[in-house]
Design a binder for this molecule. Structure first.
Ligand code: GTP
Ligand code: MG
Length: 196
């Protein structure tokens, strides 16, 4: 798959405003600031495709990018950021929950976590939910450039020891949007899911 052909399609405040539930979607989920939008930009070789920000909670809508007519990438709203007003939090958590529960064309879920703080409660809940819904999961430990190679390998080993507890189809990689470390592995898994 040529990921650089990705194009922005729409930002949806709820699932009713998404394109028809057909074809195949792969979604990027994770805590606010985990690096979802940055990973999408690295994957698609487009610096500004998905909007990134130093301010957590930037992505509040469901952002849809098309690859081909039947293949899409989804940038989901981040969760777990405390400083966002409750009203806004509930609104976008609702769209996240609806998307995850209702979207039939969701084929695989990329769960992005900062390599320095992986598997927080909400991350674990999300992975449990995906496994129980028979959705494949790729756990991506982001910002791997923040650790030296030894610490990075240790974090990966610990994560690999943690994932069997979820059961189901859960893989782990380390990744960096800045250095592109892990990009081939991300592409491999996404290509598999999108071509099934
Ligand atoms: P929300 O949209 O708020 O949920 O955040 P997000 O998960 O989309 O995170 P985003 O991609 O906007 O990145 C958040 C911050 O982390 C930005 O300041 C990025 O520049 C930084 N960042 C993302 N990926 C990396 C990475 O691989 N390495 C480093 N060093 N910084 C990164
Ligand atoms: Mg974002």
């Amino acid at each position: 798959i040529n990921f650089s052909q990705a194009r922005f399609l729409t930002s949806a405040p709820n699932i009713r405003q998404l394109p028809a539930d057909e074809g195949i979607e792969v979604a990027f989920a994770g805590r606010s600031n985990a690096g979802k939008s940055s990973a999408l930009n690295a994957l698609t070789r487009q610096r500004q495709l998905a909007r990134t920000s130093k301010t957590p909670g930037r992505t509040q809508l469901i952002n849809v990018f098309t690859l081909t007519e039947s293949q899409r990438l989804i940038d989901l709203p981040g969760y777990g950021f405390a400083k966002v007003p409750l009203e806004i939090k509930l609104k976008w958590q609702k769209s996240l929950g609806e998307y995850l529960q209702m979207r039939k064309c969701l084929r695989g879920l990329v769960v992005l976590m900062d390599i320095r703080h992986p598997f927080k409660d909400l991350d674990q809940e999300l992975i449990h939910w995906a496994v129980s819904s028979n959705i494949a999961v790729l756990a991506v430990l982001t910002k791997a450039d923040k650790l030296k190679s030894g610490a990075r390998k240790k974090a990966l080993m610990q994560a690999e020891e943690a994932v069997p507890a979820f059961g189901g189809d859960v893989k782990v990689i380390t990744f960096s949007s800045t250095s592109k470390h892990g990009l081939p592995q991300l592409e491999d898994t996404l290509s598999q899911w999108l071509n099934q």
